[in-house]
Design a protein around this ligand. Structure first.
Ligand code: DQA
Length: 138
């Protein structure tokens, strides 16, 4: 089973970014553990701060992977382009957020992506990614 995690802007700073909200662990450390724990799956990882690169990656994997775990970060709340890409593809997408976006500022309550995904997992820290992964195993 081929699953990809796609992370949007500023998520390369996990571990040193607003630790009270996003925790102390780097994504690479978390990702290595996840790969070991689910060694039977083919899990890859892509991160970009650039909207068009995220769209290119969604298009590239969107017809031949079994699942996409997408944290579009700030673009969640702004990007019609990423929303359209998610709508265009056939691979199911689970949207994740590390923080509980609904307990934060109003502008984080709106997601352009949510209407076209299989499901949304919000607010469980990095565990959100693992819960999303498990949703593809059922
Ligand atoms: C985030 C929430 C977004 O509002 C924010 O812009 C992020 C991260 C999260 O995972 O909690 O960068 O997607």
């Amino acid at each position: 089973m081929k699953i990809i995690i796609i992370n949007g802007p500023n998520l390369n700073l996990l571990g040193k970014r607003e630790n009270d909200i996003y925790g102390n662990e780097t994504f690479n450390d978390f990702f290595e553990k996840l790969q070991k724990e689910y060694a039977n799956l083919e899990i890859s990882y892509f991160q970009s701060n650039i909207e068009g690169e995220l769209i290119d990656k969604i298009q590239e994997v969107g017809y031949n992977y079994d699942g996409i775990i997408l944290n579009a970060a700030a673009y969640t709340h702004t990007s019609v382009g990423i929303a359209d890409a998610v709508k265009a593809i056939t691979t199911p997408v689970v949207e994740v957020h590390i923080s509980n976006t609904f307990s934060r500022e109003d502008f984080r309550h709106k997601s352009y992506i949510s209407p076209n995904v299989k499901g949304v997992i919000v607010g469980f820290g990095l565990q959100s990614y693992e819960l999303a992964l498990q949703s593809f195993l059922k």
